[in-house]
Design a protein around this ligand. Structure first.
Ligand code: UP5
Ligand code: MG
Length: 331
């Protein structure tokens, strides 16, 4: 392969838990100078044997690159500081896999370390996200539409409700408190919600290279907005909002239809009423703030799925990778 055809090397690799301090750490795109091996394989900057390669971030490796592909052993190899081989890593992919696990074998001794691949240099602050808030009453179709947009357009769908439910299922310290708020249809405090959201967004950017986000069900109150300002600053531009307008009777019908299979503690008439009360009292004032700033796209969410999605898609098109616009809708 002609080295000039290779993609620039932009992945960062972090190795932890090896039990060897000289192996754990961050590996950054290699700056090893271009060489030609005895067999005539030409390497260019960032590449070794025609494959991506990495140096140790602390610059202490005796050999550069410290993480490279061995043509003869058909495996990725990590070297110790002294240049001796420490680990073999096997993977079917020719290029480093970005969404598949690497199987790591420490020479002779278990356990293997874990390898995390970052799309953004983890030493740098995470780049600013491009956010669209998606709000609407309970059952207005926020989750449905965001999933479609994620599958077709590649936007990351983050539902604060789902993040909170996952946190509750994981049995964290705050699980009981989260459960009580959700069942009562009340809002979970900012310290929990906003922190979860921030962590999920940073992860998606660092590990998945994603910067387009649909935040489903956030901000549900002016208080949530305060939490947002604390993280992103009051001077940052206010994100756009998609607002799903839908009459109560339709919402109730949809939620009760979904209740049969959702298993959600709040999918019943009593919780539904409480959620709707909270929505009117807390969420509608938030909507007003966005309306005042001319940031809202109002969507008639009582229409059929296809019509609603057409509006959602249209408002995301300008920021979407053009290659995704023609991909099939599924989800
Ligand atoms: N459906 C969807 N679109 C349709 C269409 N156009 N035509 C016909 N049917 C349609 O959709 C609901 C049902 O309707 C589904 O069966 C769907 O097939 C059908 P869905 O996409 O699930 O609607 P959604 O708006 O996502 O409804 P959801 O119930 O998830 O909304 P909520 O806002 O009530 O729930 P959420 O999970 O966001 O939050 C739950 C609780 O978490 C809150 O009450 C609160 O206690 C807590 N919370 C916080 O405290 N803070 C937060 O920031 C977020 C949550
Ligand atoms: Mg939802």
């Amino acid at each position: 392969m002609d080295p000039s055809e290779l993609q620039p090397n932009t992945l960062f690799i972090e190795v932890t838990g090896s039990g060897l301090p000289e192996v754990d750490g961050l590996f950054v795109p290699s700056t090893a100078p271009p060489v030609e091996s005895e067999s005539g394989t030409v390497s260019s900057l960032g590449y070794w044997n025609g494959r991506m390669a990495w140096d140790r971030a602390d610059g202490k490796g005796a050999r550069s690159p410290a993480l490279s592909y061995s043509n003869s052993y058909k495996s990725w190899r990590i070297c110790r500081l002294d240049g001796h081989l420490a680990y073999d890593m096997t993977c079917d992919d020719l290029l480093p896999p970005t969404d598949r696990e690497w199987h790591v074998y420490k020479k002779g001794v278990a356990p293997a370390p874990s390898v995390v691949i970052h799309h953004v240099d983890p030493r740098e602050p995470v780049p600013a996200p491009n956010v669209v808030f998606v709000l609407g009453g309970p059952g207005s179709g926020k989750g449905t539409m965001c999933s479609l947009a994620e599958a077709q357009l590649g936007w990351v769908h983050l539902s604060t409700g789902n993040l909170l439910r996952a946190e509750r299922e994981a049995g964290v310290e705050t699980a009981d408190a989260i459960n009580a708020y959700i069942t009562a249809g009340e809002l979970v405090p900012n310290e929990i919600t906003v922190t979860l959201l921030q962590r999920a967004m940073e992860d998606a950017t660092r590990r998945g290279g994603k910067t387009n986000f649909l935040l489903d069900g956030f901000p549900r109150s002016l208080d949530n907005m305060e939490g947002w300002y604390e993280i992103f600053g009051r001077d940052a531009e206010l994100p756009r909002m998609l607002y799903f307008e839908c009459p109560y009777e339709v919402l109730e019908e949809r939620i009760l239809g979904r209740a049969k299979f959702s298993g959600r503690a709040d999918d019943n008439v009593a919780s539904m009423k409480l959620r709707f009360d909270t929505f009117k009292a807390k969420t509608l004032p938030t909507l007003e703030l966005f309306r005042d700033n001319d940031k809202v796209v109002e969507v008639d969410a009582s229409q059929g799925r296809e019509d609603v999605y057409a509006v959602v898609r249209k408002s995301l098109e300008a920021d979407t990778d053009p290659a995704r616009l023609g991909s099939p809708v599924s989800g």
